[in-house]
Design a protein around this ligand. Structure first.
Ligand code: NVA
Length: 307
């Protein structure tokens, strides 16, 4: 069976732990694992802006001994010039795996159905599971464990990062609190699924509208842009609505004294996060960005080994 990574819970909690352990090994010895030697090609398709995802996959695939092949989604004009089904069939004949950043989760599902090789979600409107593997690796490194760690995600809960934190966090046994205005919670079905998973891992998921209550006692405080890709027209309303959820030194004072701060980037200083927090001693955002490479190498290697 071909394994895909389209959303965080395409892995079981035990498989997630396995991938994270592999990522830590790969980080410790970045040039020692060559499962893509040949080299095997991995297609990287981007329909939307990217920095970290493109560079970390490109460098990571090269380190695995493989050949990264970037495809400009705009030029390919998928869904217009040719169907997602046909693109999937074509890419699957050239590449050993496909990594795709696009808006709609349903298109990714279609690609996975027709490609015949592992497909990896490099961000959709609904999930950003590669980022979460990197983030969990970062929590493990800085906090020393995942199970029982208290994480507060504040700001726009109704975005890919909110959904992925809830789902991947529940799988890892985190106590996750989302602090978001009413109407901006993570997706209801995702929260239900996460609550079910948390019952088996010892984690929990709590929704809060009060930012102070959300961060109180947190070991990790996480935020994301208030204006995700595709939401640009709502920017003015969002900046007003989310202002009380900004990660400032004052808000952070309610977290645990040793708390770390995370942000998947790009970050907007003075909006969702104060400059002195992003650039301050509690911030681990650059480790988080580096860990994209290690985590993505691990998921690619794992999917190919299990397909
Ligand atoms: N929620 C953000 C994540 C960027 C990596 C977005 O979708 O734009």
């Amino acid at each position: 069976m071909t394994r895909h990574f389209l959303r965080d819970d395409d892995l079981t909690p035990a498989e997630q732990a396995e991938v994270l352990a592999l990522a830590a090994q790969m980080k410790a010895a970045p040039y020692d694992h060559k499962p893509l030697a040949g080299p095997r090609t991995v297609a990287l398709v981007f329909d939307r802006p990217t920095l970290r995802t493109q560079v970390s996959f490109t460098a990571g695939i090269a380190e695995l001994g493989g050949n990264p092949m970037t495809v400009d989604g705009g030029l390919a004009a998928m869904g217009q010039r040719e169907s997602v089904e046909d693109v999937g069939r074509v890419l699957g004949r050239q590449a050993s795996a496909i990594v795709w950043r696009t808006a709609h989760q349903a298109d990714l599902d279609t690609m996975a159905t027709y490609a015949g090789v592992p497909v990896v979600n490099a961000l959709t409107d609904d999930f950003h599971p590669c980022q979460l593997l990197a983030d969990l690796l970062t929590v493990q490194e800085h906090v020393g464990r995942l199970t029982g760690t208290r994480v507060a995600f504040v700001g726009d809960g109704a975005c890919n990062m909110g959904n992925s934190w809830v789902l991947a966090g529940a799988m890892a046994g985190l106590h996750l609190v989302v602090g978001a205005p009413a109407g901006y919670e993570p997706d209801e079905d995702v929260v239900k699924r996460a609550v079910d998973i948390a019952a088996g891992t010892g984690g929990s998921v709590t929704l809060e509208t009060d930012p102070v209550a959300a961060v109180t006692g947190a070991d990790v405080v996480v935020t994301d842009t208030w204006v995700s890709m595709g939401r640009e027209e709502e920017a003015a309303d969002r900046l007003r609505l989310f202002a009380p959820y900004a990660v400032t030194p004052e808000l952070l004072a309610h977290a645990s004294p040793g708390a770390i701060v995370m942000h998947c980037l790009p970050a907007y200083r003075g909006k969702e996060i104060a400059a002195e927090v992003l650039d301050g001693p509690k911030s681990v955002v650059w480790d988080e960005a580096e860990n994209r490479r290690h985590a993505q190498k691990a998921i690619l290697a794992w999917l190919l080994e299990h397909s």
